[in-house]
Design a protein around this ligand. Structure first.
Ligand SMILES: Nc1ncnc2c1ncn2[C@@H]1O[C@H](COP(=O)(O)OP(=O)(O)O)[C@@H](O)[C@H]1O
Ligand SMILES: [Mg+2]
Length: 441
């Protein structure tokens, strides 16, 4: 990678990838942009190739050869967990992604929990069940220890549905029956983690990591449940905001000393190493008294929709960060710099989501919404046909507002939301509210 102008291929098709592609267009190191499979919004910035699927590694490699791609940036977890980095490395293609083994930190909850335990990263007390009979007896033990409830997690990837909070033994028994006997998650649920239920508030810490240096972005918060007030089933994420006003100095010190530093020691000591983005999903207990962060999970990629609020605030050159990560040169950055502003992202979803949802509805008002200053719109489930945008996914659009205060960012994003129309558009009306309670600015 000696040239100073790069042809970049981004893999993925969601709002996260649109935000990545948009950010890349601002880089002084960018030559041209490609995306597989992309979406309607991404096609404004990049040449998209929607006929290739993300598990078709050979076709992806053909595309890379044909277009003389210099760098590949992987958006979602699946290709990383399936080993796209290892596959493309045999052809000496630089890939911004962890290897298959490194991605086990997301791809196997058992691997992740054992790693956390070994390297003293605070996490909920847990046991591993390798089969149904063992799970049944461990459930009773865990419930007698933790009367408040437990969480059952399928070991493998389960599209964000593999963690079930159980308040009663009966619920827990049903859950292991579904996962281990009925195999609703197929092989991913053959083994499970059973852990203590924690109580508190969740935040996301997302960092670049090259194996030696780790550079966190600002804190952000996702809104996973479909309905206002965090009610209803979990989704891929209905909104996010950043930074998070309630992260105090004391809490931040603990996040650094107990989590970020121990993670770095762990990947070095175990020789797993790391390249790419590491995401720490945290639960903060006792926020207002003695805040204590616990790691709920690792993800081996950027969060969606957290990326949509983080990248607009990031002042550094994103492509340069990616290149330094791949080349193990992240130490060239002592710290990332961010705008002294807030960003809020409201997700517009199709009726029915996160279950079966409607598609092919025409979207109008996008231009009007984008004309509002401090508004950015990142597409997720859209496709462009005859110059019109149609809905094509559960999560359709990410409407981001930027402001000097969190309240201003929220107001701006909802003003833009009002301008956009498609039949039965659904969104949460309380994105950012949890941060506002603590926003004293
Ligand atoms: N130990 C825990 N205590 C309380 N809630 C939890 C716990 N573990 C997970 N959760 C809840 O379940 C959600 C999903 O769990 P997570 O470990 O992030 O798995 P995944 O994102 O792979 O489904 C979390 O965001 C959190 O709301
Ligand atoms: Mg999660």
């Amino acid at each position: 990678m000696k040239n100073t102008s790069y042809k970049v291929l981004v893999l993925g098709s969601g709002g996260r990838e649109h935000a990545i592609v948009w950010k890349l267009t601002q880089s002084e190191f960018l030559h041209s942009l490609y995306c597989i499979p992309g979406n309607g919004g991404i096609s404004k910035h990049a040449k998209i190739e929607s006929s290739i699927k993300l598990n078709e590694f050979e076709k992806i490699y053909e595309f890379i050869k044909e277009n003389k791609i210099d760098i590949v940036i992987v958006g979602p977890e699946q290709p990383s967990v399936e080993g796209i980095k290892d596959y493309l490395s045999q052809y000496k293609i630089p890939v911004f992604s962890p290897t298959k083994i490194q991605a086990q930190l997301e791809g196997s909850k058992i691997f992740a929990k054992k790693f956390m335990k070994k390297y003293n990263i605070p996490t909920a007390d847990f046991v591993v069940a390798e089969n149904y009979e063992q799970a049944k007896s461990l459930l009773k033990e865990m419930f007698s220890k933790y009367k408040d409830g437990i969480v059952i997690k399928a070991d493998g990837l389960a599209a964000g549905k593999g963690a079930v909070v159980c308040n009663t033994l009966e619920e827990a028994e049903n859950t292991i029956y579904e996962m281990m006997i009925k195999k609703i998650f197929d092989k991913a649920g053959e083994k499970v983690v059973i852990e203590k239920k924690l109580n508190g508030i969740e935040i996301s810490v997302i960092a670049f990591c090259d194996g030696e240096t780790i550079l966190p972005l600002t804190y952000s918060q996702d809104h996973k449940q479909i309905y206002d007030g965090d009610k209803g089933p979990n989704t891929g994420g209905m909104g996010a905001y950043s930074p998070v006003p309630f992260v105090s100095k004391i809490l931040e010190e603990k996040i650094y000393s107990q989590i970020i530093n121990n993670f770095l020691c762990g990947i070095k000591d175990s020789q797993i190493g790391y390249c790419g983005v590491i995401y720490f999903g945290l639960m903060i207990e006792n926020l207002n008294t003695q805040p204590q962060p616990y790691v709920l999970e690792f993800n081996c990629r950027f969060g969606d929709p957290e990326t949509q609020v983080l990248l607009p605030l990031l002042k550094d050159d994103f492509l340069q960060l990616v290149i330094h990560t791949i080349n193990k040169n992240l130490h060239n950055f002592s710290k990332l710099s961010f705008e002294n502003k807030y960003a809020c992202c409201v997700v517009l979803a199709s009726k029915g989501y996160p279950l079966e949802y409607e598609t092919s509805k025409e979207i109008t008002g996008l231009d009007e919404a984008e004309k509002i200053s401090d508004v950015l719109i990142f597409h997720a489930g859209t496709k462009k046909i005859d110059n019109k945008f149609l809905t094509s996914g559960g999560r359709v659009l990410n409407v981001v507002g930027i402001g000097k205060t969190l309240q201003e960012a929220i107001n701006t994003s909802y003003r833009a939301v009002d301008k956009i129309y498609f039949e039965n558009k659904y969104f949460r009306t309380d994105i950012g509210k949890k941060g506002l309670i603590y926003d004293n600015i």
